[in-house]
Design a protein around this ligand. Structure first.
Ligand code: SF4
Length: 343
């Protein structure tokens, strides 16, 4: 059966036409799904009984169950959701002074194989549908009884490898009749799928693009991130410059600092050369140690030196606050522990 949360408003209008209904009903259904957050069609009380009957016949409303929930002393909550086909996905809620941010998964497993990531070793199973991406947000809002203000696509999966569904999910989340989170509060992270960065530039969605860079030359980056064997740093940086030129948006570069690997001043110098003149921000991330991982966290001293060196040389850099370090904070860890990396 089709999941009604898989449709953008425009698509839902088309669906309604197909079952002989007026397209404007789509706005009412969106209201029930995303404002009232009802869990079944019977509760959509301003729809006729006959329309409710047709919806029940043709569609489901996917509502996730919480399989496991871990709460950190800093307010971070990590969820493992049952996605109703025997698989499970992770979603993380982080509480910042500027609001509540949710980190969503875009795939079940991931093909990218980044060596520092806890998802590596979890086999790729399938893409999440747009409705399953949206449902992560709704299920968390329901659990905490509060609104989410920001959404980042930085959970399990490479969002741009599930491009169409991620774009559709953003349109539903961003729509004023839907969840209505402003595009500037939506951030999409990629390991560097260059052709998709060009596609994203044409979408007219002013979301923030975030690049998982983590190394400044091809040798180091290919070692950390196999995607770099396909799309080299030079191609990636060119795509980023073209993205900025096309969208006039700043790009955020994620740089996870690993001890004795990419955290010395030579790396900082190379990073400055790569990003000089770009409308960019560098987010320095103290790397999370994962079981059997080959990277360990850089020292606090090195992290601060690295940040200061970038700032002194005209690159805006901040250190990301570590959240949820007492609850398996790295993406994939909760799922890995519970499922043993297999599903
Ligand atoms: S860091 Fe992201 S893209 Fe890389 S393996 Fe992990 S989930 Fe996949």
């Amino acid at each position: 059966m089709k999941n009604i949360k898989d449709y953008t408003l425009e698509e839902l209008k088309e669906q309604l036409k197909e079952i002989g209904e007026k397209p404007f009903r789509a706005e009412q259904i969106f209201h029930w799904l995303y404002i009232e957050k009802v869990k079944n069609f019977q509760d959509m009380t301003n729809l006729s009984l006959s329309l409710r009957g047709k919806l029940i016949e043709n569609y489901t409303i996917c509502n996730f169950n919480i399989l496991k929930k871990q709460e950190s002393s800093d307010g971070t909550i990590k969820y493992l959701f049952d996605v109703l086909d025997g698989n499970a996905i992770e979603t993380v809620l982080m509480q910042y002074h500027h609001g509540k941010t949710i980190c969503v998964s875009s795939q079940i497993g991931c093909k990218m194989g980044c060596k520092f990531c806890a998802s590596t070793g979890i086999p790729f199973i399938r893409n999440l549908t747009s409705g399953e991406i949206v449902e992560q947000l709704l299920a968390v809002e329901q659990d905490i009884g509060d609104r989410i203000s920001n959404i980042v696509f930085m959970g399990i999966g490479e969002p741009l490898d599930n491009y169409d569904n991620v774009i559709k999910a953003i349109r539903i989340i961003n729509h004023p009749n839907g969840i209505n989170i402003g595009a500037r509060h939506i951030s999409v992270s990629t390991s560097g799928l260059v052709p998709k960065i060009y596609d994203l530039a044409k979408e007219n969605i002013p979301c923030t693009l975030s690049i998982s860079l983590h190394a400044t030359n091809n040798e180091k980056r290919s070692n950390m991130m196999p995607v770099n064997n396909v799309y080299k740093i030079e191609e990636l940086i060119k795509a980023c410059k073209d993205y900025i030129a096309a969208t006039n948006r700043r790009i955020s570069f994620e740089y996870a600092l690993a001890k004795d690997s990419n955290d010395n001043l030579e790396d900082a110098k190379e990073l400055i050369k790569l990003l000089r003149g770009m409308n960019a921000h560098v987010n320095l991330i103290p790397i999370n140690k994962i079981e059997n991982g080959e990277y360990t966290k850089s020292t606090n001293d090195n992290i601060i030196k690295f940040r200061d060196y970038l700032n002194e040389h005209g690159i805006v850099a901040t250190i990301r606050r570590e959240l949820g370090s007492d609850i398996d904070a790295a993406c994939g860890q909760l799922r890995r522990k519970n499922l043993g990396g297999k599903k």
